[in-house]
Design a protein around this ligand. Sequence first.
Ligand code: KG4
Ligand code: ZN
Length: 392
Amino acid sequence: MLVLGIESSCDETGAAIIKDGRYVLANVVASQTEIHERYGGVVPEVASRQQLAAVLPVIETALQQAHCCWEDIDAVAATYGPGLAGSLLVGLTVGKSLALARDLPFLGVNHLEAHIYANWLRLAPDADLQIDASEAESAYLPGDPLFPLICLVVSGAHSELVLMRDHTDYLLLGRTRDDAAGEAFDKVARILGLGYPGGPAIQQAARLAEEELRQQRLPVRNPYRLPRAWLRGTYDFSFSGLKTAMLHLAEGLVADQQPGRPLPSGGRQVSRYTAMGSEAAKRGQVHIGLLAAGFQEAIVDVLAVKTRMAAQEYHVRQVLLAGGVAANVALRARLEEELTPLGVQLQYPPIAFCTDNAAMVAAAAFFHLLRGERHDLDLDVEPNLSLPFRQE
Ligand code: KG4
Ligand code: ZN
């Protein structure tokens, strides 16, 4: 089964062609990061207009890349929520129109479910796993993630710990009570003057600062120990206290050095170090990098420990990472450290499939389509959609 997937929930426009829910024949993403960078975050109105300009060229490129024509496509899938209403409308409307025009089945996809199903993707048909044609359209293949499993969904707007006993079966174990993990990365990057998107910027600043210390043969010991909200007895998270602590530390750092420019967030921009002499600038940047590293360590610590506890309680053999923050190298390493001694395997998508893309949308759609599920063409966008949690 070949599914054309379309993703337009925020500031990325994606189209992909996926075979049997797993094999990536084409995956094209047009990113607007450069446009939103100058505003320090996504401007919804700008994002939806960019989506409109990008969506058809992206779909055409995906068809070309996969060497496919319309006759080869078996179904169309598009994200219908959660996300920015204006952006979602573009991909959903185009997806439904294409399905209507080509008389194909249509499925609206939950963006969070799509992030989880990125873990089923394989870049090329696996030579070792030659699959019988009769088995290809199966929900369970060798090499797929194994149920039951724990999934840590960490994106720009969501942080959830979920138990999956089977396909599309989600039991909510815990969620953030305030900021999402990605949101915390973005806000703290802004406080530190590191730019947008915050996650990759913080990861890089932390790495550069640690490298600088190593080069100077100084001990790589972080002087910044940030607070962790453990919320004991629950699998819930809270990151807003950590963000406030960062704000105070950053302000202190500025007061020690030189006044910074106030930010709309009420924080201070400490990146003005770059305007100083090169030695002072370097020292300043190392401090910012160490602050970034301290923050990253605190957030990763809580996510990894809670995920390990859930894996132990529910006796799973696998943990999946999903969402943009799954691209974080420190999170992956810290989780491996927690899970490997227990014999629990950690799985995460390649970086390009962690952040928003349409391959994951088509993959998630496949498992619904297999069961004969379809959506009518009057399906609307749902900006606040959550995962369809089971009630227990
Ligand atoms: O899943 P995603 O692309 O979009 C949403 O569905 O929200 O996630 C975007 C989030 C942003 O907050 C971004 O800062 C974060 O993922 N992110 C990272 C990294 N790459 C992206 N966070 C930490 N480390 C990264 N390497
Ligand atoms: Zn996303």
